[in-house]
Design a binder for this molecule. Structure first.
Ligand code: FES
Length: 152
């Protein structure tokens, strides 16, 4: 049986009915068609599903939509300001910080949190903070370059 839930997603109030077993990830992708957030493993091991909840990053596959009552969610769709990319998005392009791009939304959401939370002081710190975001193409060096560029 569905239950009502309301939250703010990318600055917009969202009120929906959702089955209690639905993850935030599936809620975003399937119920709201916000498909920028990716499903890699669905088990908290790859980081492709990273979003921000009240400013902190989480794996959206590991939390239920109904647990987000009243929360502020930001997804990759919410980073750009109109036609202007977020500085981290621009840095990923400038530094070739992706190949296939599947992990990129999650990488960027983690990278934004990395800088905001003060963990971008060195390449080692960046790698540590970003270690939950797996890239099968191995674009790690350029991801670190992009995060470093935004930090400066
Ligand atoms: Fe959530 Fe992999 S899909 S961590």
């Amino acid at each position: 049986e569905k239950v009502p839930v309301s939250m703010t997603i990318n600055g917009q109030k969202v009120q929906q009915s959702v089955e209690p077993r639905v993850t935030l990830l599936d809620f975003l992708r399937e119920q709201l068609a916000l498909t920028g957030t990716k499903k890699g493993c669905d088990h908290g091991q790859c980081g492709a599903c990273t979003v921000h909840v009240n400013g902190r990053r989480i794996n959206s596959c590991l939390t239920l939509a109904v647990m987000q009552e009243g929360n502020e969610i930001t997804t990759i769709e919410g980073l750009a300001q109109g036609e202007t990319l977020h500085p981290m998005q621009a840095a990923f392009i400038e530094h070739d910080a992706f190949q296939c791009g599947y992990c990129t939304p999650g990488q960027i959401m983690s990278a934004v949190a990395c800088v905001r939370e003060g963990h971008a002081g060195s390449p080692e710190q960046i790698r540590e903070f970003m270690s939950g975001n797996i890239c099968r193409c191995g674009a790690y060096d350029n991801i670190v370059h992009a995060v470093t560029a935004v930090k400066d």
